[in-house]
Design a protein around this ligand. Structure first.
Ligand code: SF4
Length: 93
């Protein structure tokens, strides 16, 4: 998937998006990303001064989590994160 396709899909998902609850990382385990998404994530981490992912919640959880349970790359999080939280919310309603 190229960068334009990723951005287009993100826009569509974000239009009707469920916002994650503050400090909830229940869904945040290891997630697959495309190569382009990985590049965006690395760029975001560097922009914030991280030399490596924060790995704040240990091995069982996504390495992008900070110790206080926030996604360090929330604005650049992969499509699977955006879609999964939305699906989970719709099923729960
Ligand atoms: S990238 Fe962010 S939203 Fe996605 S699983 Fe990791 S911490 Fe959660």
């Amino acid at each position: 998937m190229n960068l334009n396709a990723i951005k287009k899909l993100r826009t569509q998902l974000d239009k009707h998006r469920y916002k994650c609850k503050e400090n909830c990382w229940e869904c945040c385990t290891a997630v697959p990303t495309t190569e382009e998404e990985a590049k965006l994530i690395v760029k975001e981490l560097r922009r914030q001064g991280y030399k490596e992912p924060p790995r704040g919640k240990g091995e069982k959880y996504c390495e992008m989590l900070t110790p206080d349970g926030k996604c360090s790359v929330y604005n650049q999080r992969p499509i699977i994160c955006r879609a999964f939280s939305d699906i989970k919310y719709r099923i729960a309603r």
